[in-house]
Design a protein around this ligand. Structure first.
Ligand code: HEC
Ligand code: HEC
Ligand code: HEC
Length: 432
């Protein structure tokens, strides 16, 4: 019976410790204020905040497409269920109109609402925590001067309504520390490093996550996923057939399209649509920092097996492969845009597919999704477009087409089990 008593004692102690932990991680309510008038904020500060908010992608997550900006309610799919973003317009009732700056800062740094509620890390506060005081101050000025829109946001379902679990996640994964500049690098590199790791939260999609949904340490920008898409590695493991440099990254990030890499698609598209409104020096800094992360791969590629550049040379080289079905579909539905004359990467023509990152990835998801959804640049990004082929092909046809392209242009062997992957991607899209 002694053993039983020891076990019971241990259980009681653990329960006490857990209770104490949950109690200790409670945060006080911060009293609401009268919504401050627009005149309370300096115009230049609001402008700075607007440019920063563009890098933070705040609008994309906090706006239902077609509805009022920042009014929240956007459904964000996670492996644990759907999370609805908050109303962060300055509406006094359902938004953040009554939040003093102190409450806003606490939300950005620690993931706690004005009422002391723990926010879920689908809100990337694990990145925003590194923001400087000055940048949070400007973001606050921008948010508090938006159009207030009263809008109730749907509640999350189990297990995402169990907010008491969040402090455990925070204790394990949240590192509340300001950004530390690296004196070995210049100011532009450091500005880029700061923006990528804090406000830009590039790692939220481009870094792989562990079973508890936190980014794996030591794998920064090594390739992750977002909403059914893969977000390719941005470090030396980049699968891009044409090496990125600071110039091509700047153009891609700013315009959503770049001649030797093509267009931003899926969840990357809104990122680049927002960056149109960011400070140009900041986008340059991000490009400089990301290019530096890739250096090793550029050297490796430049050293030897350089893939075809935008000259369209690949078509001439390899003989057509596969069972003929893929080649026939390509000739009928795609070649019109995708195998054009040299230097054809202009608004009217699409990139040579030997430059396609999607066809060079081990995972076929981005290639499948691009063909199903097409490419539709936003109004401010006059890049080229590609039609949707969602209803054009059976899974067997699409599989033959993509594996033809994979072998012909992707320099890899055919994707195994591709037809099953296509079915999976289609089912996933239907559920969303
Ligand atoms: C990747 C999506 C995403 C991005 C990007 C994002 N947010 Fe959020 N944000 C969320 C989600 C989801 C919640 C709600 C979390 C919850 O309910 O636990 C949230 C909550 C908040 C809250 C708390 C509101 C409240 O009522 O408790 C604030 C403040 C906030 N976000 C501000 C911002 C700002 C400012 C930016 C841009 C710098 C931003 N968010 C970018 C997803 C995002
Ligand atoms: C919401 C998720 C998300 C965020 C945040 C995000 N990305 Fe992406 N990114 C993606 C996805 C998905 C792709 C692949 C789709 C495509 O190539 O268009 C991608 C593609 C890219 C590519 C092209 C890679 C290649 O080789 O083709 C670059 C470069 C890139 N992202 C840079 C960034 C940078 C820099 C940031 C931060 C400022 C960032 N991304 C933030 C999801 C995201
Ligand atoms: C109206 C012209 C047009 C047609 C038709 C078209 N595409 Fe595209 N495609 C584009 C454009 C534009 C892009 C974006 C990249 C770029 O700038 O070229 C693109 C991108 C792609 C990419 C992604 C490249 C990457 O990794 O970023 C793939 C794969 C692709 N197309 C396959 C196809 C296939 C397969 C077909 C036929 C079923 C097809 N396309 C038909 C214009 C077209």
């Amino acid at each position: 019976m002694r053993l039983r008593r020891i076990i019971l004692t241990i259980i009681a102690l653990l329960a006490l410790a857990a209770g104490g932990f949950v109690w200790a991680s409670q945060h006080p309510v911060i009293a609401g204020i009268e919504p401050p008038p627009r005149a309370a904020f300096d115009k230049a500060l609001i402008d700075t905040g607007a440019k920063l908010a563009a890098i933070g992608n705040c609008r994309s997550c906090h706006t239902v497409p077609g509805k009022a900006d920042f009014a929240g309610g956007r459904a964000i799919r996670t492996p644990y269920g759907t999370i609805y973003s908050s109303n962060i317009s300055p509406a006094p009732g359902t938004g953040i109109g009554r939040w003093p700056e102190e409450a806003f800062t606490r939300a950005m740094r620690r993931g706690v609402s004005r009422r002391g509620q723990h926010l879920l890390p689908a809100f990337p506060y694990d990145h925003f925590t590194r923001l400087s005081d000055g940048d949070i101050h400007a973001l606050y000025a921008f948010m508090m001067t938006r159009v207030p829109v009263e809008n109730f946001v749907p509640a999350n379902k189990f297990p995402l309504n169990q907010r008491w679990l969040v402090p455990i996640w925070n204790a394990l994964f949240l590192r509340e520390a300001p950004f530390q500049a690296d004196p070995k690098h210049d100011d532009e590199w450091n500005r880029g490093a700061y923006l990528v790791s804090s406000l830009g939260h590039c790692g939220a999609c481009h870094t792989p996550r562990n079973l508890l949904g936190a980014e794996k340490t030591g794998y920064a920008l090594a390739g992750g996923e977002a909403d059914g898409w893969t977000a390719p590695a941005l470090n030396a493991a980049s699968p891009a057939p044409a090496p990125w440099d600071a110039e091509s990254l700047y153009t891609y990030l700013r315009q959503g399209w770049e001649a030797s890499h093509g267009a931003a698609a899926g969840p990357m598209q809104p990122v680049t649509e927002n960056l149109v409104h960011a400070d140009t020096a900041d986008v340059r800094a991000i490009a400089t920092y990301i290019a530096a992360q890739q250096e090793k791969s550029s050297q490796r590629r430049r050293g030897g097996e350089t893939p075809a550049n935008s000259s369209g040379s690949s078509q001439a080289g390899k003989p057509a492969q596969g069972d003929g079905m893929g080649a026939a579909i390509f000739a009928g539905a795609c070649a019109n845009c995708h195998s054009a004359a040299p230097d054809a990467a202009t608004a009217a023509h699409a990139i040579d597919l030997s430059l396609s990152t999607a066809l060079h990835e081990n995972d076929p998801r981005n290639a499948i999704l691009t063909v199903l959804e097409g490419i539709h640049p936003g109004p401010e990004q006059a890049g080229p477009w590609m039609p949707r082929f969602e209803n054009a092909f059976t899974d067997t046809q699409l599989s033959a087409l993509l594996n033809y392209l994979r072998v012909q242009y992707g320099s890899g062997a055919a994707w195994p089990g591709l037809e099953g992957k296509i079915r999976e991607v289609r089912n996933n899209k239907e559920r969303s």
